[in-house]
Each structure stands twice: as C-alpha cells, then as structure tokens.
Design a protein around this ligand. Structure first.
Ligand code: NAG
Ligand code: NAG
Ligand code: NAG
Ligand code: NAG
Length: 281
C-alpha cells in the first residue's frame, strides 16, 4: 500500500516535470561555436527554466547523420548502440548539470568532419534547438615582400588567416625572433609579457580580427625595429613578415648639387675679391 502511494507520488512528480518542461524552451546557440582541430569543445544547450531532465531522454543529432545519433541518453545513461561510431568515446553530457536542465554536450578532440549543425532535443516534451559547430583549419599568411618604413613613421605589418576565421577568442602572437612584440589572449591585449622596447607602440585591429586579419600596427619605428617578424595563432600556425627600416631622408641629389654650386660660387667670389684686392694694391 505504502509502496503504491510512493509510486503514485513519484509518477505525479515526473509528470509535473514534463508539464513544467513543456512550458519552457530549449536554447542552443545563435553564434556558431568555433573550434580548432584537436580541441575539446562544449556545444551549449539548456532549458530556459532550470528544470531537471535527469530522467528524460536527451538526444543529440547532426544534420547529415540522420541514421545514427551523436548522443542518446536514456534511463540515466548513454546508449552506445545508438551512437554513430565516429563519435564513440569522444562525447559526454554533464550529469551534474542535467538537474538544472543543462544538456550541453562536450566533444573531445574535434575533427574536421565534426563541423556541422547539431540539434539537441528532449523528445518527450518535443523541444529542440540548434548549435552550429565550425571547425577551423586556416593558414596564417604574412608577407613575401619585405615591408619598408622610414624611421619614426608608423607601419602596418600584414598578416591574415585564409580562409578567414574569427580569432577574437583565440591567442595571437607577434614576435621578432624570440622577442615578444605583441600578445593577445583571453579577448584582450596582454602587455605584461610584451618586450619593453615595444611597449605602447603596438596594436592589433579588433574589428579586423573577426575577419581573421591579425595585422599589427607599429608606431614610431626605430632602426632597431628592423628584422623578421612572425605572426602566429599558436593553435594554428605561424608566418613571417620582414620589416626594413630606412634611415631618415638624407639630403637628396638636388640639394647636394645646389650646395656644391653654392660652394664653387662662394670660392670663386672669394678668389675674385682676393685678386681684385691685389690689383688695387
Ligand atoms: C552547461 O554546462 C556546461 C558544462 O559544465 C557549462 O559550460 C555551461 O555554462 C552550462 N550552461 C548553463 C546555461 O549553465
Ligand atoms: C587588415 O587590416 C589592416 C588595417 O585595417 C588593413 O590595412 C589590411 O588591408 C587588412 N588586411 C586584409 C587582408 O584585409
Ligand atoms: C618616438 O621615439 C623617440 C625616440 O625613441 C621619442 O623621443 C619620441 O618622443 C617618440 N615619438 C612619439 C610620437 O612617440
Ligand atoms: C629574414 O628572413 C629572410 C627570409 O626569410 C632572410 O633572408 C633574412 O636573412 C632574415 N633576416 C634576419 C635579420 O634574420
């Protein structure tokens, strides 16, 4: 008797969860999630209201892989037999997050073939949401041609990613030899590790970085700045740019010529005056 009451209560509770959950929405991500080959990545997906889904069926699928599931969570565990083999042992849900309605999925060691549109869903309450995963594999391209600049001028050292990849969430490094010229990480410049000589003289272009442009602006160039620079997104690769610093403009050919004429005229005038003086005597 007691048992049946307990079961009835439990049943009501579970049903209540389903009812409550039916009122809420699943939220994926409007922004695509960007990962690089080899990264671990979390595809976010959660119920708007924090309702437990620990005992619900949680399903992750991917466009183009309709026959198999990426993750099929039922009765509190992953059903291996329903999982696409290419995701075998590479995915997990966060069991401690399920009571809060968070069904985000982690993928370990992302592959190029993992890119695509994923769908998280709670079939019992007919809710689903999408998350797009972009897997980056771009080349970092500096410049074959040396970049020339005059002392005390400003210069942009070109470097970009091809195909373009938003690098604002990644790290970017500029070095001259081993010297750190500019470091960007955790969504901001990191002047602490920067070489003293470059302090206050370097900047990236934040707007351009979303398009994979990691060109560096160097102001008030000195002769010591000349050399080979490397731009790198450590997670991807590096490339180089050679900076040639030219001395400030010396007197040009014309001014040299004018000065020589002036000197000759002056010497002639002095000699003339001297001779004239002697004649008078
Ligand atoms: C869901 O869990 C993941 C993994 O712990 C976490 O990164 C994410 O922030 C959580 N989402 C919400 C909405 O709490
Ligand atoms: C990168 O940004 C700089 C500064 O705005 C610009 O001069 C350069 O042309 C851009 N490079 C590319 C490849 O878009
Ligand atoms: C440029 O550098 C020189 C010497 O390093 C310094 O004297 C000068 O003030 C700097 N100019 C600017 C505009 O920062
Ligand atoms: C810079 O790089 C170029 C080409 O990669 C090389 O020929 C040159 O010797 C290098 N210069 C220095 C100062 O390392």
């Amino acid at each position: 008797m007691k048992e049946s009451v307990f079961l009835a209560l439990l049943f009501t509770c579970l049903n209540l969860t389903v009812l409550l959950a039916a009122q809420t929405q699943l939220i994926g991500s409007h922004q695509p999630i960007v990962a690089l080959v080899g990264d671990d990545v979390v595809l976010p997906c959660h119920l708007e209201s924090a309702i437990s889904v620990t005992y619900e069926t949680v399903v992750w699928t991917k466009a183009g892989l309709e026959l198999k599931y990426i993750y099929y969570h039922q009765d509190g565990r992953l059903l291996f037999e329903k999982q696409d083999p290419s995701y075998s042992l590479r995915t997990r849900l966060f069991m401690d997050e399920l009571p809060r309605g968070n069904i985000s999925m982690k993928i370990f060691k992302v592959k190029l073939s993992d890119a695509g549109t994923y769908k998280c869903s709670l079939p019992t309450i007919k809710k689903e949401a999408e998350v797009k995963l972009i897997v980056g594999q771009s080349d970092v391209i500096g410049s074959d041609q040396p970049v020339k600049v005059l002392v005390s001028d400003d210069i942009i050292l070109p470097c970009h990613l091809e195909p373009p990849l938003d690098v604002t969430t990644l790290s970017v490094e500029w070095r001259r030899g081993p010297v750190l010229v500019h470091v960007y990480r955790n969504r901001g410049d990191d002047p602490v590790s920067q070489d003293q000589n470059f302090k206050g003289r370097t900047s990236l272009f934040p707007d351009e970085m979303t398009r994979g442009n990691i060109s560096l602006k160097l102001t008030n160039v000195t002769e010591q700045d000349a050399g080979n620079y490397t731009c790198s997104v450590p997670k991807l690769q590096r490339s180089s740019v050679t900076l040639v610093v030219e001395p400030p403009p010396a007197l040009g050919f014309h001014s040299t010529f004018i000065i020589i004429i002036a000197v000759i005229v002056l010497v002639a005038a002095v000699i003339g005056a001297f001779l004239k003086n002697r004649k008078i005597k």
